[in-house]
Design a protein around this ligand. Structure first.
Ligand SMILES: NC(=O)c1ccc[n+]([C@@H]2O[C@H](COP(=O)([O-])OP(=O)(O)OC[C@H]3O[C@@H](n4cnc5c(N)ncnc54)[C@H](O)[C@@H]3O)[C@@H](O)[C@H]2O)c1
Ligand SMILES: [Zn+2]
Length: 381
């Protein structure tokens, strides 16, 4: 892997809430400098999960900060190994976990001038972000994403939150970070399945915004590819543009990021959030949305097929497990969060590769057929 320490910076334009996303190999070894340069002062409370806590990257970070303007409350200070960490996985995105972390920050007397640093994937980012948004009515927040999904998606845009028994992300706050630092070296330890899941969102960005970029991802992307920095940067640029235009998802543009997510979310829900990773469910959702786009929005047949090619080239599923009950997916579609005032689902579809539009209504029987077709391999259709 490249030892080139040249870092890229993407600006997220949000007026007084603007910030930079710093991307590159070895970025974490420069975290203290970057924080100082961005005038973000401590004390810092780092929140991570049990997996990332055990990684060398976390240990390096804690060591490199010794004596620097970084103080890791709760990570190094008490008995050398105690940290503000939660068990890895979606089950930690709860109000109970948030309360525990909030209490820990209060016990550590993190002041209002301090900052919360999230080191980990989207689970840690969403949870720590919610804690940062609510502790003392809001403290500074820094995202250090360590999964591909978190780098290209969840760490940028300011959506934070936790789940309820009734559904995912039902409690939360918009709380933009002051800084995002994505060190591509951290992806070296990421399990291949998690990398592939992040690629689903990468493919999505190309599909909704940039045909040429889509074509690059359709050839397959591996963690060691030389252009990985370009790829992450491109995604962040697209997300930053969309968020910059529609921070609070009130104008329709941010909703375009939900391409593939209507059926994807329903698959996740119908399978109890355990059979598929989010990105895997989104891959299936994009395959279905590609056909719906062909039928309802004029996407060319060969372009719909290209989406399947891209998913397969990135080790993502295109075939829905035959044991999953299609009816339960359709039932889950009925209570998707993103419904119009009339209670009907609104779909984001592609008019061509690289261009998306929201607001489509689709007849229920057509949706049912799309879900059923997910059980048939592309080669057999
Ligand atoms: N806020 C947003 O805008 C937004 C957008 C998309 C997704 N999300 C949320 O993000 C979450 C999913 O994020 P995720 O896919 O990053 O999952 P995750 O945070 O659960 O991370 C996936 C797994 O990888 C491990 N891990 C993290 N970094 C690692 C590394 N460098 N090496 C080895 N293992 C590592 C984690 O411990 C975990 O087991 C969901 O809760 C979803 O709702 C939020
Ligand atoms: Zn997603």
């Amino acid at each position: 892997m490249s030892s080139d320490l040249s870092l890229r910076k993407v600006h997220v334009h949000l007026g007084e809430r603007s910030y930079y996303v710093v991307i590159g190999h070895g970025a974490l070894s420069r975290l203290s400098d970057i924080l100082e340069f961005e005038k973000i002062s401590g004390p810092f409370a780092m929140i991570t999960d049990s997996n990332v806590f055990a990684l060398e990257v976390r240990q390096q970070l804690a060591q490199s900060s010794a004596g620097a303007p970084l103080q890791y409350y709760g990570l190094n200070d008490v008995d050398g190994e105690r940290g503000l960490r939660v068990p890895a996985g979606e089950k930690s995105k709860t109000l109970a976990a948030a309360e525990e972390l909030l209490s820990a920050l209060a016990a550590l007397t993190l002041p209002r001038s301090g900052a919360v640093v999230a080191l980990g994937g989207g689970v840690v980012g969403d949870l720590a972000g919610f804690v940062a948004a609510t502790y003392l009515r809001g403290v500074n927040f820094v995202q250090v994403p360590t999964t591909l999904l978190a780098m290209v998606d969840s760490s940028v845009g300011g959506k934070t939150g936790v789940n309820l028994a009734q559904g995912k992300n039902l409690v939360g706050a918009f709380h933009q970070p002051k800084l995002v630092v994505a060190d591509l070296d951290t992806l070296e330890t990421l399990p291949p399945r998690e990398f592939a899941a992040g690629m689903a969102e990468v493919i999505k960005y190309g599909a909704i915004r940039d045909r040429q970029f889509f074509a690059r991802t359709a050839r397959g992307v591996k963690p060691q590819d030389d252009d990985l920095g370009d790829i992450v940067e491109k995604c962040v640029i697209i997300k930053a543009q969309i968020v910059g235009n529609d921070e609070f998802e009130t104008k329709g543009e941010r909703a375009l990021l939900n391409f593939g997510h209507t059926i994807g979310h329903a698959i996740e829900k119908a399978t109890g959030y355990s059979r598929y990773l989010h990105g895997e469910a989104i891959a299936l959702g994009m395959r279905a949305a590609a056909w719906l786009s062909r039928d309802q929005a004029g996407l060319a047949q060969e372009d719909a097929r290209e989406i399947e090619v891209a998913l397969i080239a990135n080790q993502l599923p295109v075939l829905l497990d035959a044991t999953v009950d299609s009816q339960s997916i359709l039932a889950a579609l009925g209570n998707d969060k993103k419904v119009g005032a009339d209670g009907e689902s609104r779909w984001v579809l592609l008019t061509e590769l690289g261009a998306a539009e929201g607001g489509y209504r689709i007849p229920p029987e057509r949706v049912a057929r799309a879900v059923e077709q997910l059980k048939i391999h592309p080669d057999d259709l």
